[in-house]
Write a protein that binds this ligand. Sequence first.
Ligand code: GRF
Length: 189
Amino acid sequence: MVGKVNACVIISGKGSNLKQIIISSREYNFPINIKLIISNNPMAQGLKLAKKYNIPFKFFSSYNYRIFERNCLLEIKKKKIKFICLAGFMKVLSENFLKTFKHKVINIHPSLLPKFKGLNTHKKVLDNKEKYSGCTVHFVTSSLDSGQIIMQKKIIVEKNETVFSLKKKVLRQEHKIYSKAIRKIFKTT
Ligand code: GRF
């Protein structure tokens, strides 16, 4: 595709969603090109993917969050990034960061938002005896796991479901809908 949008993915951990986005981005008609990967965790496994796929990456400590965001913004500007995907990034971006990127930052969360925001999602789903769970891709605001929903995928919670099995099942769907949601935003499906 001519004129793909320069994008950055921000991670904190394993990066399995990052991997799927990278794979999709290599398709001719995928709307974004991953030009930068940022992690606030130097040990994030996802950084290995940056090396494997030869994508520029940066580690910035988020110990001082204001400095973290400033470092991100500087690098993002340098690389002419116009779109940001959060993929397992364990922090909330500030209003100040987001004002430059209105409707240009998206996130994936392993629940059917607005239900079960925050951490330990699958445990909360099981404790609450939910019949269904799933995952959500949404625009990012400065409130945790809020913002307009772009796409959701629902799955059935089986009777013998465990946190481990639910996580695995939901993650499999996350890998499918993240790229679909990106295509939807840029209307290339
Ligand atoms: C995913 O479940 C995502 O929804 C949540 O954190 C997990 C990250 O997984 N925000 P990975 O790093 O993409 O493998």
